[in-house]
Design a protein around this ligand. Sequence first.
Ligand code: CUA
Length: 333
Amino acid sequence: MRRGGSLLSLFLASCTGVQNVLGGQGAEDTNFIRLFTVFMVVCTVMYLIVVAALVIAVWRKRTAALSVDDRKHHETSTAARRALVAWTALITVGLVGLTIASFFTDRSNAANGSRPQLSLTVTANQWWWDVEYNSPDASRTLRTANEIHLPVGVPAQVTLKSNDVIHSFWIPNLAGKQDLIPGRVTDAQLLPNKMGLFRGQCAEFCGVQHAQMALDVTVESKTDFDRWYAAQLEPARSPTNPLQLAGYRYVTTRECGSCHAIAGTPAGGQVAPDLTHFASRRSIAAGALPMNRGNLYGWVADPQSQKPGNHMPTVGLASNDLHAIVAYLEALK
Ligand code: CUA
């Protein structure tokens, strides 16, 4: 009973939340919900007919066993033949109907993605997302990680790649899944039609931290998106006090900068999330921890205890270095 209750609350939470297949905040997701409803209705009707036929058959068999009457037997077999013809016709109509519904859903999804106004490249890594916004103008391209911002009502084309194993790109509120495969380029189309904060999740088992490979998705007005984009194009903020300066020196000259890039500083590593505007994000470590000072301390001090197996080593920082690094990272708005 208790387990039933918690399962129910889990189900209800998933229906209202930021990660919800039945959310309908994207054009593709709305199409899928419609198609799902059609399938559900057709299959439910078919199921009820089968169950009803079964009950009738069992009932008939019982009464027939009581009387052995030739005329009655003949009537019964004619009725059975008619029922069989009707049933076959119904199945044919049902299957053709489902095929047509699937066809139009596919067509509609393809049409939504045919004129993208925004181009992104998302590269999956164990266990984080590298995100690039592409532009023909090189000064307008930008790089971030573990988050996507999208303007509402604007179709976006997402090019998908993987650096290691197969992952799957999935923002349930907006669209269906698409695999990211090493050595191959795939793509997905997003057309969000409602504003909100959503959660994307890797949907293909990719190693021990597969579950903690999430993506913060913000769908906002065009104005807010443009403001965010302009802020992201800026180089990293400079340190403004001695503590931040000490952090800046550590991050850009010691271990951190060989993996992480911070635009406008000597830190130019390419194998870990870009940190240029790190503190403007909602979470740390691909959705593993909410962005706040306590979690930042925990993460920088010992990433292996926070997300075991991830590729960020526990460096063994002295406490003054830890304070300095956290102060500097917090300034990277
Ligand atoms: Cu990446 Cu699961």
